[in-house]
Design a protein around this ligand. Sequence first.
Ligand code: ZN
Length: 684
Amino acid sequence: MIAKNFVALCLTLMLCGSLHASDARAGDASETRSETLSLLIGEVRVGSLQAKTRGNEVTIDYEYRNNGRGPTLKEHITLDESGLPSAWTIQGHTTFGSKVDESFAVQGSKARWSDSTGTGESDAARKLYAAQSSSPWALGLYARALLADGESSMAAYPAGNIALQSGEEITLTGSGDSLTARVYSLGGLDLNPSHILLDGDRQLAAFITPRFVAVRAGYEAESTRLRALAAELSTRRLESLAQQTAFRFEQPVRISPVRIFDPHTLRLSEPRAVVVHRNTISSVQPVDTPASPDEIAIDGGGGTLIAGMFEMHGHLSQEQAALNIAAGVTSVRDMGNANEVLDGLIRRIEQGQVVGPRVVRSGFIEGKSPFNSNNGILVDSQQAALEAVRWYAARGFWQVKLYNSMDPAWAEAVVAEAHALGLRVAGHVPAFGTANGMLDAGFDEMTHINQVMLGWVLEPGEDTRTLLRFTAMKRFPTIDLDGPAVRATFDRFTRRGVAMEPTLAIHERGLLQRDGAEPVGGAGWVEHMPIGTQRDMRQSWFEIATPEDDAGYRAAYAKIVDTLRAMHRSGILLVPGTDLGGSFAYHRELELFQTLGMSAAEVLRRATLDMAVHLGRDQSLGSIEAHKLADFFLVDGDPTADLSALKRIRLVAADGVFYRPSDIHAQFGITPFVEGVALPGASR
Ligand SMILES: [Zn+2]
């Protein structure tokens, strides 16, 4: 899990003992109000935020650590007499270490701001400054301003609108106190709304997500309930999305004329008609075959029909589930999650309550350490790791995935147990271990190319549970791809047919993105995204403090590409996964696979049939043939000639339910790429 939920990760706070001054207007100068929120991932407290308000001046200290990383920020906000920010500075660093030095100020008739994407100005107006790297204290500020104005939305600097929806009232029980608060949802800037709780004085009582909760100190015991509330709010939104975007037909559905991508021949067929009945492709027919009575006819417009694609590195959330369907990704291999949360999501997808892909599960096993990730099952002994393998095997998981804080000495026994129980093993290289050691222990697949290449540049005893697993990539240019060390590792891959899941797009994003520069890999889609997402894509992850840093990371990426080209030439199976939520990032992963020596058609086969074979599902998935499951998508144009055609998806079938990506994108504030097909018999 390199970079999941970066935006969500950054949003947490802690609060207690609020005094008066309940509305947005600036308070009495002599009065000081202190707010403290605890930040929790699951039940683990990982950080806090302190906010001090004196009159109309607010200072905020914010920090958390999870999985060996996290942001540290200091904010200073000046509020005008109506409670809107008239000046705002944010300094510190992001989760992956890049510098934050953001500012906003209204001076006379001008508003000016500077963030990682550069500087901007506009005429001063009754607008809210939407901070790029703020703590979630900003969410309380936005909500108070909108409530004070009696408005449901307000224009924002640099662009966009912030919209507010009010929800139910709930009572929280704390250590010796109780608190009544109302739920509010703030949307308009990003793909998904943020959910907060304001108390009777409209002070921030909590910020809630299904994985993270920031709650007023003393109310930490409510974190499970608040995570469940966030999941419930997300489910309600996505159930309504499913009701508005899913098309189910009892009758057979005929899509014609289309040209079918055949992964066996790597060619497009002559014009054909594809007939679907319930969740199965019932027949593929010559285009002039007369339709049977009482069919639904969909005009394929001569477009290309491709089998549903496989995102092989997800940490699936409900939101991502719908966006992946809109991107033609109808199967996701999940690489680690909160097991009970994922269970619930899979159930809701299978029951058609929310839109989402088929899910292949990996059992996440992590060692307990100060740097551990809070996913899956945490273990503190080899015995506990073996029990975790048995737990996953009994519940039908496809593989187990080992993570950074596992003890490398446990790998052999864990692999032996997993294989004995029919599970594959993939993973990171546990800290203080080596890729060769994990390959010798019997890993079936290595996750993240940096995890393998670090083995050629790290000194014994160096700790990859920290940001070192990113910063040490600057050593990659020293790697000799024809040298004995690389050969020894490649031989281990080829000897046992071990696969490599590089997650190349996330390396491109981390190593090549610079503050303010055009988003790497964003061509053809970034401008369709909400303003907040566009800004985040222009922010560097790693600290680029010197020209050497810049050159070092660029050269590291070039070496990664050379290494993967050599792996591909050696016949090592490269597995397409993003660790970035799939969807558009998955399209980028495929575009990058083309730079590794594959043709566009070979890349499409890799994303479809090859992964169906890899997962043992090629009897029912991976190509468009009669009697296979109806998982496919229709694009304008020929993606075997140009992969960017994957952006122009007009129709997706997932388990025989039909969707138009333009409908789904509209629900996320994404400007549609192409109009969806006309769907007869549907009321919308
Ligand atoms: Zn991951």
